[in-house]
Ligand binder design. Structure first.
Ligand code: HPA
Length: 276
């Protein structure tokens, strides 16, 4: 487990490296989920930095993740986009999974848009739907804030009763309305993966209040809340969760739906960034 001073030293090194390469510091962070990376192409005057070049940054391993930071302007906002995230199932420690959010925080980012591919648990959802996350269930079995509190970065016992900013959710729903896009809100349930869930687990998730399931997001959102950032979460329903339809789940299906959805996703998120 890392001490507070070790973590602060890492963050200082990463920050120093990035600040040297940037003409301006970001105000808004965006984490792009599996198959949703093309939003980064919309960033104007981009500074692109592969993760492998950044001191103390983890490396992404999974297919469909580019593994780079894109800094620049999007709809007049200074953004820091993560193309590819770190998943708990890849074997990373929680501090690694959430390290980029800490980097955002020490660069002065005050708000985070976090996106993911998710399985639909709510039977009213359909593959291809976009859903605003209104809350989450963290079933990863571990909280990323466990261990020495990084007191310079946030409180020991952070409140997470509004982990997904109500005002930003409202704004996102408004943008969808103006675009003629039907948009639901739902509770995201994080399982650790990498196996998809069993039908019994999906039944359980629905029983405890989940609308969609995935293998990410909850850690980053907890750390962002600890750091005082506002958060907006968007799930792309890429498939119905296990046991809902008489069919098996596959990563290929997930990626294909994400790709099919991507144009609409990019349009929507771009509109949301403009509105925030
Ligand atoms: N379960 C977990 N993670 C996912 C799913 C799913 O059904 N679809 C996309 N990511």
């Amino acid at each position: 487990m890392m001490t507070e001073s070790e973590m602060n030293a890492k963050l200082a090194a990463t920050r120093r490296f990035l600040v040297e390469r940037l003409s301006e510091l970001p105000e808004l962070g965006i984490i792009l989920g599996s198959g949703l990376g093309s939003l980064a192409d919309q960033v104007e005057k981009p500074t692109v930095i592969p993760y492998r070049e950044i001191p103390d940054f983890p490396l992404s391993t999974v297919e469909g993740h580019a593994g780079r930071l894109v800094f620049g302007q999007l709809q007049g906002k200074r953004v820091m986009v993560m193309q590819g995230r770190f998943h708990f199932y890849e074997g990373y420690e929680m501090w690694e999974v959430t390290y980029p959010v800490r980097v955002m925080q020490v660069l002065g980012v005050g708000g985070l848009i976090v996106t993911n591919a998710a399985g639909g648990v709510n039977r009213n959802f359909r593959p291809g739907d976009l859903v605003i996350i209104k809350d989450h269930l963290n079933l990863l079995g571990v909280n990323p804030l466990r261990g020495a509190n990084l007191a310079s970065l946030g409180p020991r016992f952070p409140d997470v009763s509004e982990a997904y900013d109500p005002d930003w959710r409202q704004k996102a729903l408004q943008v969808a309305l103006e675009m003629g896009l039907s948009l639901n809100e739902g509770v995201y349930c994080a399982f650790s993966g990498p196996s998809y869930e069993t039908p019994a687990e999906i039944h359980y998730a629905r029983t405890i209040g989940a609308d969609m399931v995935g293998m990410s997001t909850a850690p980053e959102v907890l750390v962002a809340n600890h750091g005082g950032m506002r958060v907006l979460g968007i799930s792309c329903i890429t498939n119905m969760a296990a046991g809902i339809l008489p069919q098996k789940l596959s990563h290929v299906e997930v990626m294909e739906t994400a790709e099919r959805l991507e144009k609409q996703f990019v349009r929507f998120v771009t509109g949301v960034v403009r509105a925030l």
